[in-house]
Design a protein around this ligand. Structure first.
Ligand code: NAD
Length: 248
């Protein structure tokens, strides 16, 4: 990853943080960006303190002006962007159709799906100009099956997989690859928010073949593979890392 510039959205904590740190350890220069500016800056500082190269910016991926500002700041700071990891995402607390308010729908789709669309569209022109670039999109096993999220979350993650395939189909021959990662239950604040009050769901999580939740670092290894030239023949794929959840 040396000489590569990577942007990781939602990298102030959780899976995004682990991905930003893994990219940096592999030699990439990283734009750590999050709606929580303090968290983004603190992750960037920690990467720099460990000998890596990173800068921390604020971004709200669901806001077009904020996304455009991120692109401008990234290009001004590093001159180019090779990898965009669309990781920022929010959960809907397993809300079924009948209980989904307009606000919940707009928030989940706005961040998870429209955010991935807007960030990808905004970084595309630079990639087309340089004739290369890679998108790594955080979908979920909820992008493949039902009952791994609520209505809006599941719809948003199925959408991320469709978006990833279409970007791949449209721009693969222009040197641009897009792939998705479908994690199962991973130990982060996002999963803690629903598992702590739901022992019955925790029992399901622990009944997977792996017998446990995954760690953010395990997802970061797949993100590194997809971001790097090691995966040069992988286009439009949805890579499942779920401890075996979806085989059942
Ligand atoms: P997390 O809640 O630990 O971290 C998400 C980060 O995204 C936070 O730092 C948050 O501030 C940031 N964020 C939220 N809204 C944002 C916005 N509008 N703009 C920019 N940043 C924003 O979550 P996580 O578990 O690390 O999840 C990361 C991704 O992985 C998400 O897309 C999630 O859907 C996906 N995922 C997670 C799990 C899991 O079990 N943890 C499973 C499958 C998929």
């Amino acid at each position: 990853m040396s000489d590569k510039i990577a942007v990781v959205t939602g990298s102030g904590k959780g899976i995004g943080r682990a991905i930003a740190e893994r990219f940096a350890r592999a030699g990439a220069s990283v734009v750590v960006c999050d709606i929580d500016q303090t968290a983004a800056q603190s992750v960037a500082e920690s990467i720099n303190a460990s000998g890596g190269t990173a800068v921390g910016f604020k971004v709200d991926v669901s806001n077009k002006a904020s996304v455009e500002a991120l692109v401008a700041a990234s290009l001004e700071h590093f001159g180019r962007v090779d990898v965009v990891c669309n990781n920022a995402g929010v959960l809907d607390d397993f809300t079924p159709l009948g209980a989904v308010t307009d606000e919940l729908w707009q928030r989940i789709i706005g961040i998870n799906l429209t955010g991935t669309f807007m960030v990808s569209r905004a970084f595309l022109p630079g990639m087309l100009e340089q004739g290369s670039g890679t998108f790594v999109n955080l979908a979920s096993m909820a992008g493949l099956v039902a009952q791994a999220g609520g209505l809006a979350y599941t719809a948003s993650k199925h959408g991320v997989i469709g978006l990833t395939k279409q970007v791949s189909a449209d721009y693969g021959q222009a040197g641009i690859r897009a792939n998705a990662i479908c994690p199962g239950a991973i130990e982060t604040d996002l999963s803690r928010s629903f598992l702590q009050d739901a022992p019955e769901v925790m029992a399901v999580v622990e009944s997977v073949p792996a017998g446990r939740q995954g760690r953010p670092e395990e997802i970061a290894e797949m993100a590194l593979y997809l971001a790097s030239d090691e995966s040069s023949f992988v286009h439009g794929a949805s890579m499942v890392i779920d401890g075996g959840w979806t085989i059942r």
